[in-house]
Design a protein around this ligand. Sequence first.
Ligand SMILES: NC(=O)C1=CN([C@@H]2O[C@H](COP(=O)(O)OP(=O)(O)OC[C@H]3O[C@@H](n4cnc5c(N)ncnc54)[C@H](O)[C@@H]3O)[C@@H](O)[C@H]2O)[C@H](O)CC1
Length: 482
Amino acid sequence: MKQAASALAAEAVDMLGEQPVAPGTLVVGLIGPGNNGGDGLYALAQLEDQGYATAALQCGPSVHSDALSVYESAGGRIAPYSQDNQPLANATLIIDALYGLGYRSGAELPRIPRGSRVLACDLPSGLNPETGVADDKVLLAERTVTFGAMKSGLLTGDGPLVTGDITVVPLDFDFTGQAPRTNLIDKQAALQLLDAHRSWRDAGRHKYQRGVLGLIAGSSLYPGAAQLTARAAVNCGVGLLRTHVPEDIAPLLAVAVPETVPLDDDQIREALSSARRYVHGRGAKISSWAIGPGLDSRTPPTGAIAEVFASRQPAVIDASGLELVPAGPSEQPRVLTPHAKELRMLLRRAGVTVTIEEITADPIRWTRWAALSYNAVVLLKGPTNYIVAPDGSSLVVSHTAPQLATAGSGDVLTGILGYLLSDSSLTGVNGVQTVSNRRMMELAACAAVIHGEAGRAAAACGTVNASRLIELLPGIMKRFGF
Ligand SMILES: NC(=O)C1=CN([C@@H]2O[C@H](COP(=O)(O)OP(=O)(O)OC[C@H]3O[C@@H](n4cnc5c(N)ncnc54)[C@H](O)[C@@H]3O)[C@@H](O)[C@H]2O)[C@H](O)CC1
């Protein structure tokens, strides 16, 4: 705590930029009831020692008692917070040491004069540490000193609007056993996650050992979506792509994606049954599935598709495929990739009523509900991607680009993730049947990062559309070690 306080005090001195201390300078700490308040009091004590005038305002029922003794010994005084506190009106700098990680939506937040300079201790109070959703009365910070590790809420949602400049202060204590349940996956983290299972032996695989993706997609209503997903998987480098599309659009697909091999109902059944007789190392007829882009949900799925849903083979399920997924938990390792409206539909089918506004306000919470209800990894798509496993742990990907909000871009994401799920070097030697939910969640986050990277690269060169993303994929996959 003292280490955190020293970093906080140093940042305050840097913000004030005055040595010796200018007359009239006053640093006011808003002190909450927990450890965040303790950090604030220790920091104020250090500032007192350096000759600054300080004042502490108690904003909860209690304060950290050891920190208060140190602050009072340094000459500081604490008073209860009230809306017309004189010190707040006179403050040169306010240290927000109210809640930090402990903030929960709806907690009481003090009012501070407009235009106050605020240094946030760990996180601005009023900001959800996981989701980055900010309360209307959030204490807008000019700078934030955050301890131990970056928090997802600082970088996602409203976070970047309310945190100011962020300094991460590594602390010398062991975080084992208190790992945050939400982690950010940036480009560097994705590279590491993708590299984790690779071996030099991977270079010697034949196409069936590399991984075979089965794609069930398309309809006369949406003929293009199947093409986009297929082209994305092929450009990522899939060993073999098998496609099950309605007869009337199959010739179109064969021309647009000559690499793909058609897959009929009997062949689906054969692939599923050979997967049950799976022999280690021989390669799979189909190793994973991508289901949904461009399906017409008004047409009932064939029996073969229902058998895929009932299988233990990993699948990414998107778009209209989400309407076909049986409600309730499944044993198939799945990543469901809804946008907010589709998530509302999934939740409704699981007996949970929620509005899109509620989902947008607390995306991780509602994605968790769906992950638990369906026993599946759920990737909620949008400006930020939230990926949640059935155990409640979650990953956040904000490595995206606003230009990705374009027709067919989600179909490309499905192709990328389908490819990652099929690649045996990422999921285990052909034995993708055993892939864990944890690994499915990691691969889903990596797919979102690759998709974001494609969006950023496309935007840097001009306008963005789904076909452009696909064209860029081979180069981007190379950057990610493929
Ligand atoms: N030619 C066709 O057949 C087409 C069929 N379509 C049908 O629509 C679905 C999928 O639609 P898609 O347009 O890909 O939308 P998704 O919601 O699945 O994915 C959107 C994609 O964009 C990202 N995103 C959204 N908002 C933002 C934002 N503000 N900033 C950054 N990124 C954002 C989001 O994360 C997703 O990755 C398809 O299956 C067919 O049934 C389409 O209309 C295309 C043409």
